[in-house]
Design a protein around this ligand. Structure first.
Ligand code: SF4
Length: 285
């Protein structure tokens, strides 16, 4: 047996190919991002050299959409698949709309942990994205009563069935009519105005991406006992850790606090233009 950590050249070309081209200045997905990411993407995405592993899951996403388009049972008058809709400088490409149930679907390949830890807040971006597609569809004359994400879990195994029973799930959301207190069209208009403004700004002058956007992890404070490798307790602040040690009243053992720095740039590790981002390169908060 001979194992090479590569694939034949022709496979590589197919796997790396990104055939999605938005036909407007911005995409709906970009509306959910912060100005720095959107502006740098517009400046550098053509220059980025992707590795197969960067594109693998989006390739499977595209392959899945293509399979849906070729399925005869979906090609009836009651469905619209892969339609692109436009408003102002924004276009959206949704996955599937069923006119019988008036349901708009978007597929996501993700980790099963996304469902295990699902909260209204953690699903907010998905809900906003679908609500914008829903608004765009309404402008085109279609009624949308339900919006849902079909999640396909790329890391699911049978041994995870106690947490998530199947390697797939459908998550329904309420359709939003407002985002951040604004009507959807006003919210989109504001985003376009903001992005347009920063398109004129030099890279180094762009506002930093926020902690929330970067999925920044908080620092933690581990209470350690003697030379033990595992923490007795991990707490959110230094003060909590100090209080915890006082409360134990154990004078026979030595307790000490180990500061554990959270990764402040978790999302940046997946950001396609990270190599062009001075905030990421300098590690600035
Ligand atoms: S690398 Fe990080 S900080 Fe830079 S644009 Fe991307 S998400 Fe924002």
């Amino acid at each position: 047996m001979k194992i090479l950590n590569k694939v034949p050249k022709k496979f590589e070309k197919v796997l790396k190919n990104d055939n999605y081209k938005k036909n407007t200045k911005y995409s709906v997905t970009q509306l959910l991002k912060e100005p720095r990411a959107v502006v740098l993407e517009s400046r550098y995405s053509d220059k980025v050299e992707y590795e197969i592993e960067d594109r693998l899951w989006s390739f499977f996403g595209t392959a899945f959409h293509n399979a849906m388009e070729t399925e005869d049972f979906l090609k009836d008058n009651s469905s619209i698949i892969e339609e692109r809709l436009k408003y102002s400088k924004v276009s959206g490409k949704f996955d599937h709309y069923d006119t019988e149930t008036k349901t708009l679907y978007d597929f996501k390949f993700t980790s099963f942990w996304k469902l295990v830890y699902a909260t209204e807040e953690s699903m907010k971006d998905y809900q906003i994205q679908l609500s914008i597609y829903s608004w765009l569809l309404k402008q085109a004359g279609f009624e949308v009563e339900n919006i849902a994400n079909v999640l396909i879990f790329r890391d699911w195994k049978k041994t995870n069935a106690d947490k998530v029973p199947k390697p797939y799930a459908t998550v329904y959301h309420d359709v939003l009519t407002e985002i951040d207190g604004l009507s959807i069209n006003k919210w989109i208009d504001n985003k376009i105005e903001l992005f347009d403004k920063y398109m004129k700004v030099e890279d180094n002058q762009l506002p930093y991406c926020s902690e929330e956007f970067r999925w920044a992890e908080q620092d933690k404070f581990a209470v350690m006992k003697n030379k033990n490798k595992t923490a007795t307790r991990v707490l959110e602040t230094q003060e909590e850790a100090e209080r915890y040690i006082k409360k134990i009243k154990d004078t026979k053992n030595k307790y000490w606090i180990q500061e554990r720095k959270g990764n402040k740039f978790k999302r940046c590790e997946y950001c396609s233009i990270a190599q062009y981002c001075n905030q990421y390169k300098k590690g600035e908060k």
